[in-house]
Write a protein that binds this ligand. Structure first.
Ligand SMILES: *[C@@H]1O[C@H](CO)[C@@H](O)[C@H](O)[C@H]1NC(C)=O
Ligand SMILES: *[C@@H]1O[C@H](CO)[C@@H](O)[C@H](O)[C@H]1NC(C)=O
Length: 389
């Protein structure tokens, strides 16, 4: 029997015309949807069509796979009942609506980065660098300098950039394309399908730990940081080597923040309202600009994070996970996420300072290039003033 919404033409021509228009409208809406979301849909439906012809040979590019698309996470409508919600800034409201969403499909992945789970104990240091899609120049500079994949004093170093999707739809299309090119050339991008914003950095961190657990469980150390820092990777490897005991143990070092409080000033980037955290105290944490952790600690975080609600400030969130596990982060004098702190009359770009440090915030791409060369200069004489700028 025909469903009741289908009309018999002879019985009612008016109803038939209405039905016809209905079908046309549905068809047009469907077409609009396809055109609008084409960038998201096509890679999974017809991946080959969307792969631009490459100017580079691409032996390392894995064949595009149709990714499973889980149902998108639904906004939590009850957050509107939280008292004072209407007066909160838009990005905080947005965070609260999607706070419970933790699984997002990977758009780009590098499953073999550590040689598979079995090969991963052979990787000494994984550099996991948080980058926004638009920061192309920073990624390029890092690839050529402190982020090189190499063996240093017998230790294998691997590199990954952690990215989401550019918040504006127009940029996202171009930048997703760029990231696919970068992936083809360098094979170092982990991208998930969520808006890459400041308040989503914790989500990025949590998704990275899940990836690590699955793809690189045996890695010895993870360096986690931003893309605007300068890292003396040689020193990081040397330092990590000195911390290794007979068996794996807890290690998280960075610039340590103890007894810090949530910022309650609405106009601050770090503003956290009491609706998100009632406590007036943050647990001890390492500044997110750059920190080193052992594989052991990375796994602890992965486990604890399942029971810690997402919190918008990513480094504080890691502190919360450690606290839950009864562990503490530590300070390392060579990690300066808020500048080198050279004496007032000294040259802030003296490579001699950087030769002794583990990392410094913040460097623009050309500075990374110059400084990386300078600290490796065999004739660099320290003790004597040297200036490279
Ligand atoms: C939705 O938000 C309300 C209010 O904050 C909260 O109590 C509830 O647990 C949230 N639901 C989910 C699924 O996170
Ligand atoms: C985080 O990403 C999700 C998924 O794209 C998005 O719905 C949400 O608005 C983002 N949250 C923030 C605070 O930008």
């Amino acid at each position: 029997m025909a469903p009741s919404w289908l009309c018999d033409k002879s019985a009612s021509p008016r109803c038939y015309r209405l039905g016809l228009w209905g079908l046309v409208t549905v068809g047009l809406l469907g077409l609009c949807y396809l055109l609008y979301h084409g960038d998201r849909l096509w890679p999974s439906v017809v991946p080959k069509l969307r792969t631009p012809p490459s100017p580079w040979a691409a032996p390392r590019l894995p064949p595009p796979r149709a990714l499973p698309t889980p149902a998108p996470c639904v906004a939590n409508a009850s957050v509107r009942d939280v008292s004072g919600f209407d007066k909160l800034p838009g990005h905080v409201q947005d965070f609260m609506r999607y706070q419970h969403c933790r699984s997002f499909p990977a758009l780009l992945s590098v499953p073999g980065k550590c040689g598979g789970p079995e090969g991963s104990p052979g990787i000494f240091l994984l550099l996991a660098i948080k980058s926004a899609p638009v920061n192309y120049e920073r990624r390029e500079a890092i690839r050529k300098t402190w982020g090189q994949e190499r063996a240093f004093e017998g230790a294998f170093i691997r590199r990954l950039f952690l990215v989401g999707v550019a918040p504006s739809a127009r940029d996202a299309k171009k930048l997703n394309r760029l990231l696919r090119l970068e992936q083809r050339e360098h094979g170092d991008v982990l991208q998930w399908d969520f808006r890459d914003t400041f308040f989503n950095l914790t989500l990025k961190q949590v998704l990275f730990h899940a990836w690590l657990e699955e793809r690189c469980p045996g890695v010895r150390f993870v360096f986690n940081g931003d893309d605007d820092i300068f890292v003396n990777t040689d020193n990081v490897v040397r330092f990590a080597m000195t911390t290794q005991g007979a068996r794996e143990q807890h290690l998280m070092v960075g610039q340590l923040f103890v007894n810090h409080r949530p910022v309650r000033l609405q106009r601050s980037k770090y503003f956290v309202p009491t609706q998100l955290l009632a406590s007036e105290r943050y647990p001890p944490y390492c500044g997110g600009g750059g920190m080193l952790m052992s594989g052991f600690t990375a796994r602890v975080i992965s486990r604890e994070s399942r029971n810690v609600e997402l919190f918008p400030i990513d480094d504080v969130y890691l502190g919360m996970c450690l606290e839950k596990a009864g562990l503490l982060p530590a300070s390392h004098a060579g990690i300066r996420t808020v500048g080198v702190g050279v004496p007032a009359n000294a040259d802030p770009f003296d490579p001699c300072y950087y030769r002794e440090l583990l990392l410094v915030h913040r460097f623009v791409p050309y500075e990374m290039a110059v400084m990386w060369q300078a600290i490796h200069e065999p004739r660099l004489l320290c003790g004597k003033r040297v200036s490279i700028f």
